[in-house]
Design a protein around this ligand. Sequence first.
Ligand code: ADP
Ligand code: MG
Length: 321
Amino acid sequence: MGEFELIRRYFMTGQQGQGVVTGIGDDCAVLQVPSGQQLVVSIDTLVEGTHFLPGTAPRHVACRLLGAAVSDLAAAAATPAWLTLALTLPRSDPDWLEPFAAALAERATELGIRLVGGDTTRGETLTLSAQVHGFVPSGEALLRRGAQAGDRILVSGTLGDSRAGLETLLRPPAPHADVHYLQQRFYRPEPRLALARQLRPHVRAGLDISDGLLADLGHLLEASGLGADLWQDRVPRSAVLQRFYPRDALVWALSGGEDFELCLSVAAEEVPACLKVAERLGVLLTDIGCVTAAPGLRVLDAAGQVRTGLASGYDHFKDSI
Ligand code: ADP
Ligand code: MG
């Protein structure tokens, strides 16, 4: 199967979509940004052996790729619009491409994003890059900078599950219903799109947690030249995580990475409004600490003592799975 036949067969589906003047098949996609909106763009790459284990089912690769990429749009409080996909494949294998393309199309529809172009090449290591494009009303993108001393730090969902899911793949435990939940959390990130958009008017700064809470909150604080006190016992962990990996749960929640939950800096008086929004959406939102004028991120134990020696998170340039 040649390059163009592959593209036609697997990726040239459903060409219509909002703002798509010309989609797959020409030299460029031609896209119309609605007036009054800004385009926000982000790209994410998955490399086999670095971001996912060799032999991972193609549908999982598709869900992970899209979930991680679209989570960056959620972190900007943007609405997803268009997707471009760069694929480097060791071989043109229909048994891999067929389920990959089907899962990609299904997940893209669920997330409200449309494939409008890409590039397909042969190479030794399976590598996938998803570039996502979304809209925000002009001037309203949620950024990492803008936090102020005294702000509360809120996180969505529970942290550490994804790292536990990876653990079940690296060192498989005996079959158990909890394993499925944890692996889903690793394979199928759920970008907090609606939550971010609805919280936007109440939030000063924010990002999504991809490298681990400590690392990413560190980035947010750095962008504003501030610090924070964070109460480790308040960091939300799922019942499954605590039951299945009681000894690792806290460290993974603090530093595990790939949670794709939101971490937000919110003026104290806006916290009740935020909690109301989250409750309406059925998403857990937890106050885990506060922003301080003193730089540095301090993790406090139950007695209020500062913990030391905690690893901050993943470094995908150095670490591989
Ligand atoms: P060019 O050589 O002009 O870059 P290509 O032959 O690489 O064009 O691609 C032909 C068309 O197919 C382009 O519109 C491109 O955006 C699209 N395309 C290529 N690979 C993919 C892919 N993996 N997913 C979606 N569209 C793709
Ligand atoms: Mg090309």
